[in-house]
Design a binder for this molecule. Structure first.
Ligand SMILES: Nc1ncnc2c1ncn2[C@@H]1O[C@H](COP(=O)(O)OP(=O)(O)OP(=O)(O)O)[C@@H](O)[C@H]1O
Ligand SMILES: [Mg+2]
Length: 268
């Protein structure tokens, strides 16, 4: 990854980014002077306590929230030039939210196809692409169901499919599988790794699970609150492709222990 970063310009650059909500004594510092660079195809996780600004950071990169200071570049383009969102800069970016946010009156495939409708793709093509991506995440038999007929895990798959349907170059995932049982989560994480590797997507994942961060990522940024900031970025050197067996190795458990230590140190 690092060699790649030297050869090509970074896919995402976050520099001197700060966000303050509100004014005066009521002001909340959600992020303080965050700096990050991601090479194309790199997988970074954000790990940190509740309220340390993880969602806010993703929302600023996605163009959903404006920064108070600093800059975000996606493929060299500023996301917030002059404090205004650039549609061109955020076009390659997809964000998956913590809740599935599916519309109950649309079928699964129609929900998945929605970003393509917004992008002006015709119905026939968008439904075809939606069905293809549904199959890729294991939902081929449920494309004509309504979201209410799906289990929680299936709804998250649909939400992931919707994030992937536009062939994003940058994927932002906010605790995507947090509410699921451990086995479903393992399955979805393996699928996520395959999809990201196949499409060479640059990914930022927010998670509360240290093991999940260590298993999925090339690097983990550990955040702390009060003030909300990135305290350390840790390289995860395990070879890819990774299998679930990796989690049983001593090296993996040492990595998890090290990350836990960094997280606790940041909280102190
Ligand atoms: N729209 C907003 N208006 C005011 N304060 C906000 C807003 N959004 C977030 N905050 C505050 O900014 C801080 C960071 O919030 P954020 O949602 O980014 O945290 P987080 O790290 O994602 O937390 P969690 O792990 O609980 O999801 C919190 O103190 C929160 O109360
Ligand atoms: Mg959050």
């Amino acid at each position: 990854m690092r060699d790649m970063a030297l050869e090509t310009p970074p896919d995402i650059t976050v520099s001197g980014l700060s966000k303050v909500f509100g004014h005066g004594p009521e002001a909340v510092r959600a992020i303080t002077d965050a700096n990050l660079t991601l090479a194309q195809g790199e997988f970074l996780s954000l790990l940190g306590p509740s309220g340390c600004g993880k969602t806010t950071l993703l929302r600023i990169i996605a163009g959903l929230e404006s920064p108070s200071a600093g800059e975000v570049l996606v493929r060299g383009r500023p996301v917030w030039p002059g404090g205004r969102r650039s549609a061109a800069a955020t076009r390659p970016v997809s964000m998956m939210f913590q809740e599935a946010r599916l519309f109950p009156w649309f079928t699964v495939a129609e929900n998945v196809a929605l970003p393509l409708r917004t992008a002006g793709v015709g119905r026939r093509e968008r439904m075809e692409r939606a069905r293809r991506i549904c199959a890729a995440v294991g939902l081929e038999r449920f494309t004509d169901h309504s979201p209410g007929q799906l289990s929680g895990g299936m709804r998250q798959r649909a939400s992931l499919a919707r994030a992937l349907v536009t062939d994003p170059q940058v994927l932002l995932l906010d605790e995507p599988f947090g509410a699921l049982d451990a086995m479903t989560r393992d399955t979805l994480n393996m699928e996520l790794l395959e999809v990201c590797a196949r499409a060479n997507v640059t990914t930022i994942l927010v998670t509360h699970s240290i093991a999940e961060a260590a298993f999925l990522s090339d690097r983990v940024a550990v955040l702390a609150s009060r003030p909300a900031r990135i305290v350390e970025t840790v390289d995860i050197p395990f070879a890819r492709p990774r299998s679930l067996d990796l989690q049983r190795s001593g090296a993996f458990q040492d990595m998890v222990a090290g990350l836990r230590h960094t997280l606790t140190k940041g909280a102190a």
